[in-house]
Design a protein around this ligand. Structure first.
Ligand code: MIC
Ligand code: SF4
Length: 751
């Protein structure tokens, strides 16, 4: 069946499934529920929000190069010959930003050729679509080609929810989840709660869709969305373009939400038509009553949503967030004073626009409308200004329509259509390592060290048009609404607010040259992995857990404060080892702040008493067959979907991670890889743990849904503390745990 037939088939069954759900729910339905029930394998009872595990059948799987490697290496171990769900691989993370598009692509193709060849061979062998380096960033390419209203997909990247801009339930997952769905198993997740964001009014002036999500980040904070879908509703929704909706949904990952979602409206139909999908636009229109929430939802939202956030778009002013966390927000107008007060450099070192979050045609038009005013005044960007178009289609279209020329005229550098500096793939020569400096970007994430590996880089996030204005002014202390610039001729002028069409008047320059379909007959294709490789290594299944593994464990690290996936398994230079578990494990926890040493990345080895780098200490335990534990603070594993943050600890002998709370994907990844994720029943138990403690975990034999686990912490002075922990495993997940990993379980059951 072609993709279109699959979508038609799905729509034709949607009304009946929604009907069945309505019968058991006996009430009106939110849009999230309509889409989830339409993908539920068995509609028999009402799942409990944030509690019940359910099995869903996604319509698609998408993977990017940095995560696809592990997903496909795991798929290879399933013994399956073909994927059972339409799936694609996108090469975008492994392209380093050095000097500009052409040369950077050439270089990436040279240094990462073996990884791209492996992904290409695996795509051909197992029947996946393959998008070459330079074709675009996964989420933009998915929006342009695959997303559709009412659909459901999973993607091995936390920003997969970008497709919510086209009304799709799109969920970020670890590679093991993708592997299972591609192997024909259902996707298991806790039935999410639903947070409603009520949008009224209309954006104007300098305010943009980015300000909507920055407001939501401020309200919900980085963990406020955990276990929930953020569903937008109200009259304001249809005033935002579908790509603007994409920006909002994309960055919903920053509040830990399962996904974010907009109701169907004409902007989606228009976008589908503009991207050569008129047939899907027609279908979506025909089925539109099922692609929006029932009418009672807007009348009585408090009866249906677990929490409601009110945003009047007309009141929004441009905001900027950071440094180091996306929920530290203030209006752009206040940043200068705050920076001075906190000692952050107000001079900007670099300004970057684009990325998967903000690189639509509209974004580029609005940013270039600002750049054009600078150009007309004889000005250039005062600082390094970099532009990352999200896809080849956007790139070609803005070259044709002139926006790219304007960026070039003010001194901008165009980077490859790839992640680049957003994920630490940024070769910076302008600062010394460890130098404090401020950068602004239109990206979505700003964790410490993320862009350039320098923990002293202060990264602020805002809309592309504000980034462009700040690049011209060169300062964080610039409010384009009130502050004037000085033209080349000495006259002062105020920038007029940005303008931009949502869709190109002359259509997109559609570019599909970067796509390779899998061959009909893939019988003869071999996986391209050299046994000599430093970057790729076929996996060996993890050894199953046994009882002794949970007795007298030393604590490798007791993390204080943020422990995002970028702290556990940083990207940047380490991206090169994403297909080689042994080699990438040398980065394990190097970004984490250890409260035992009060340093980042060091630990005290309990076997010899010496202080060393965390991965070195972990490896020493591993070599001495000494399993270990990790203690963590709140929202452990926030951020990326990368399962390396679970696989590396597992590989080096971690048996249990005990945290004050955990991010959804990180917790699932630990379960999938056979590490026990526990949550302190009483958060203050964290304080009991000392550097030379030995932990014994009681209750691993009797694990079952809702069972409690007791932890005994033996101190070196002979005393002991005990405390209770909770886990969130269901019966199946306990089986994974016993088998040593979900993959081991799948292999043993031949499921
Ligand atoms: C990110 O934005 O952090 C990434 C890099 O896209 C990750 C995926 C990865 O680490 O490969 C994500 O968001 O899941
Ligand atoms: Fe790539 Fe950055 Fe988007 Fe992640 S957030 S997919 S690294 S552009």
């Amino acid at each position: 069946m072609s993709d279109f037939d699959v979508i038609r088939n799905f729509y034709s069954q949607m009304p009946e499934k929604i009907n069945q759900a309505r019968n058991i729910l006996n009430r009106s339905m939110t849009l999230s529920e309509k889409i989830l029930f339409s993908h539920l394998i068995k509609i028999d009872k009402v799942p409990k929000r944030t509690k019940s595990y359910v099995e869903l059948q996604p319509d698609r799987v998408a993977m990017q190069d940095a995560t696809a490697q592990m997903a496909l290496l795991q798929f290879a171990l399933t013994g399956r010959s073909k994927v059972t769900v339409p799936s694609t691989v996108h090469c975008d993370h492994l392209i380093q930003a050095r000097v500009g598009k052409e040369k950077d692509l050439e270089y990436a193709n040279e240094i990462s050729s073996e990884v791209f060849s492996f992904l290409k061979s695996a795509s051909a062998k197992y029947g996946l679509g393959f998008w070459k380096p330079g074709a675009g960033i996964i989420h933009q390419v998915v929006l342009e080609n695959y997303a559709f209203p009412g659909g459901m997909m999973i993607g091995t990247d936390s920003h997969t929810p970008n497709a919510g801009g086209l009304g799709m339930v799109a969920i970020g997952v670890g590679g093991a989840d993708a592997m299972e769905v591609m192997a024909g198993l259902p996707f298991t997740i806790r039935w999410p709660g639903v947070i409603g964001v009520h949008l009224t009014g209309e954006l104007s002036g300098w305010a943009s869709p980015k300000d909507v999500i920055l407001k939501v980040c401020e309200e919900l904070t980085v963990k406020g969305g955990t276990g929930h879908i953020v569903e937008y509703f109200g009259p304001g929704t249809s005033t935002i373009s579908s790509t603007g909706k994409g920006t909002i949904c994309n960055m919903g990952a920053e509040v830990g939400a399962t996904t974010s979602l907009f109701p169907y409206d004409n902007t989606m139909g228009d976008y589908l038509r503009a991207t050569n999908r008129s047939e899907i636009a027609d279908l979506a229109k025909d089925y539109s009553e099922h692609l929006v929430a029932d009418s009672d939802i807007e009348k009585n939202p408090e009866q249906y949503y677990d929490k409601i956030i009110e945003i009047n778009l007309s009141d929004l002013v441009p905001a900027i967030v950071g440094p180091h966390t996306p929920d530290l927000a203030r209006p752009v107008s206040d940043l200068g004073d705050e920076a001075r007060e906190k000692g952050w450099p107000t001079d900007i070192q670099a300004a970057l626009i684009g990325s998967c979050t903000n690189s639509s045609y509209e974004d580029m038009e609005r940013a270039s409308s600002i750049a054009l005013q600078a150009k007309n005044a004889g000005l250039k960007s005062k600082v390094q200004f970099m532009v990352t178009p999200g896809s080849d289609t956007i790139d070609k279209t803005i070259r044709r329509d002139g926006q790219m020329q304007i960026f070039d005229d003010i001194g901008g550098t165009v980077l490859a259509n790839a992640c680049g500096p957003c994920i630490g793939q940024w070769k910076r020569d302008d600062i010394k390592s460890g130098e404090v400096n401020s950068i602004v970007s239109s990206y979505n994430r700003n964790f410490s060290g993320r862009n350039d590996g320098n923990h002293q880089t202060l990264s602020f996030l805002t809309s592309p048009e504000i980034v462009t204005a700040m690049a011209i002014a060169g300062s964080l202390d610039f409010n384009p609404i009130t502050d004037k610039l000085v033209a080349e001729d000495g006259t002062e002028f105020l920038l007029t607010p940005p303008e931009g069409d949502e869709l190109p008047e002359n259509g997109f320059e559609f570019a599909l040259t970067g796509h390779i379909s899998p061959p009909e007959d893939s019988g003869s294709v071999d996986l391209d992995v050299s046994s000599e490789s430093r970057r790729l290594k076929l996996l060996e299944p993890f050894v199953a857990t046994n009882k002794g593994d949970f007795v007298d464990l030393p604590i490798l690290v007791k993390v204080k404060g943020k422990c995002t996936t970028d702290h556990i398994s940083p990207a940047g230079i380490w991206l090169q080892f994403r297909g080689h578990l042994d080699n990438i494990s040398d980065n394990c926890y190097i970004g984490a702040h250890n409260s035992f040493t009060e340093e980042q990345g060091t630990a005290i080895n309990q076997l010899d008493g010496n202080k060393g780098k965390i991965p070195k200490v972990a490896r020493n335990y591993y070599e001495n067959k000494q399993p270990w534990a990790v203690i963590a603070d709140v929202n452990y594993g926030e951020g990326s979907s990368r399962e390396h943050a679970a696989m590396s600890p597992r590989f080096l002998g971690c048996k249990v991670v005990i945290a004050r709370s955990m991010a959804r994907i990180a917790e699932t990844n630990l379960k999938k890889q056979g590490v026990l994720p526990l949550i302190f029943a009483d958060e203050s138990s964290w304080d009991l743990l000392r550097v030379d403690d030995r932990l014994t975990i009681k209750g691993t034999d009797e694990l079952g849904p809702n069972s409690k686990v007791r932890v005994e912490a033996k101190h070196s002075d002979g005393t002991m503390d005990t405390f209770i922990c909770n886990h969130s495993m269901d019966e199946l997940q306990v089986e994974w745990f016993k088998a040593g990993s979900a993959l081991n379980y799948l292999r043993s059951k031949k499921v």
